[in-house]
Design a binder for this molecule. Sequence first.
Ligand code: ATP
Length: 267
Amino acid sequence: MTLLALKHVSRIFGKAPNNQVTALRDISLEVNAGDYVAIMGESGAGKTTLLNIIATLDQVSSGQVLLNSQDVSQLPEKEAAKFRRRNLGFVFQNFNLLDTFNNQDNIFLPLVLDRQPLSLMKKRLLPLAQQLEITDILQRFPYEVSGGQRQRVAAARALITQPQLLLADEPTGALDSQNSQRLLNAFEQINQAGQTILLVTHSAATAAHSRRTLFIKDGIIYHELFRGQQSFDSYLQKINNSLLALMTTERGGADVDSSQTGQKHFV
Ligand SMILES: Nc1ncnc2c1ncn2[C@@H]1O[C@H](COP(=O)(O)OP(=O)(O)OP(=O)(O)O)[C@@H](O)[C@H]1O
């Protein structure tokens, strides 16, 4: 079932004729419920713009963004904020936790803003905290725990609303390899339990935990890989090969292979 659909999305920054930047060019994309999609590409390729548009933090210049068939591409800010709170979870590179609240209250925050009862918050917290291995640090403050633990608290905060879609922007960018691994293992488990995840990353090792990797170049989806039944190592190798090809190939068409198995050739 399609959860997220982008239809001919373009985003142009600035004003014509001299100051225009086309960050996204006519992007069409579907993400199924339960999928785990990584977005990769060089600096300036359009990854963050794409994520911001899906997150309703930015608006399209043309095209549509549909979540569960609802067009969210032109929501007024107040409605967009409510939509985000109810449907999306966010994990950022720099954690974005509030130091004035302890970790547990940081996790509860989105449900507090949504006026949910404390009983519901507590019921959801326990399994999530266990899964993310943060049970013993819930009463501490963010500045009293490590970066890896902070990021797992941030992930719990993003997931406690049971969002339709978890969006992550470089979630392992500030973590060492051991903590990256712990977070990504948790993401994989959470995905296997049904959570749809879309993340932006520069790291092939991070992307290799996904089921599907999209490569963006100059604002178009240039290439796509599916993990299928491949091993982690084989998928990682293909991602690395694709990145190399991406860096050495001039911009071409944006045909996307719809098969769930192999590798699409560059066009
Ligand atoms: N607010 C803005 N005003 C003007 N141009 C912008 C704005 N935001 C992004 N751009 C431009 O749009 C293009 C895509 O930027 P974007 O931030 O999406 O790239 P990215 O792939 O996320 O890069 P990075 O990996 O460096 O974060 C770039 O050319 C960037 O300079």
